[in-house]
Design a protein around this ligand. Structure first.
Ligand SMILES: *Cc1c(COP(=O)(O)O)cnc(C)c1O
Length: 251
């Protein structure tokens, strides 16, 4: 973007934001997210390449997603199969498309066709449906097991105590590989509560990794969104899922 363009963007951005309208500078916001990721990596002695930024594109129209892809986004995350089905044909190809939202079993087949990785597996019946479709398509589907680390009832995910059994059962299914764990931090301003939830996920992963479960290569910890991704990185996240900090607030 020419310098005048970004200057102009800076001037009008606040105004657009204030009326809840379009964010005119996705590129700028992406850069600022990048800076924050890099700073969090530095603080925690990690390398930038250990952390995958997944730009969460739910409710964002295709043209604006493409703008983000042109600005350097390599992974995107959607939370609804139907929305992905409508938008994916309009998008510039990316390295990976993650499903991050709750998934009904009857949409599992479609999800396997559309996504490269499913982050939100929280029950065995869903893992079985994904496995069946992946086998039909003769591909391997990487998945994460979603864990409810906050105990909030509104949150999806299996309770930490049930996770080991689910990881083992899912890893044993054909055409499915369990690549790690995912969680959504608690809805609170209390940074220490958020940190504790992320730490719970990491400790769970570490203890599961020691078991060397066949079919489970638990390299990934997906934790951290716009409000808490820095804490996620400090606690070991390999994937952060960031939406509004890149695309502005959702309507
Ligand atoms: C919407 C969503 C995000 C991104 O949330 P932001 O606060 O906009 O960054 C991340 N993860 C999941 C599972 C989501 O549904």
């Amino acid at each position: 973007m020419p310098r005048f363009g970004s200057l102009l963007a800076t001037v009008v951005r606040g105004r657009y934001r204030a009326c809840g309208g379009e964010n005119v500078s996705i590129q700028r916001d992406l850069e600022s997210v990048e800076d924050r990721i890099r700073a969090a990596c530095m603080r925690s002695g990690r390398r930038r390449r250990e952390v995958r930024l997944v730009a969460v594109t739910k409710t964002v129209e295709a043209e604006r997603i493409n703008e983000a892809i042109r600005a350097g986004v390599r992974f995107i995350g959607e939370n609804r199969v139907q929305e992905a089905r409508d938008k994916f044909p309009l998008l510039i190809p990316v390295e990976g498309r993650h499903l991050i939202g709750q998934l009904q079993r009857n949409k599992a087949g479609k999800a396997v066709e559309l996504f490269d990785l499913v982050e939100s597996v929280d029950r065995i019946s869903l893992a079985e449906a994904l496995s069946r479709r992946a086998a039909q398509l003769e591909r391997e589907l990487p998945v994460l097991i979603e864990v409810n680390t906050s105990g909030e009832e509104s949150k999806a995910g299996i309770a930490p105590g049930g996770a080991p059994e689910l990881v083992e059962a899912a890893a044993a299914l054909p055409n499915l590989s369990v690549r790690g764990l995912m969680t959504i931090g608690p809805l609170t301003q209390d940074q220490e509560k958020i940190r504790a939830a992320f730490r719970t996920l990491r400790e769970l992963r570490d203890s599961l990794a020691q078991k060397e479960i066949p079919g489970a290569d638990l390299e990934h910890l997906s934790m951290g969104m716009s409000g808490d991704f820095e804490i996620g990185i400090e606690e070991g996240a390999t994937i952060v899922r960031v939406g509004s900090a890149i695309f502005g607030r959702r309507a």
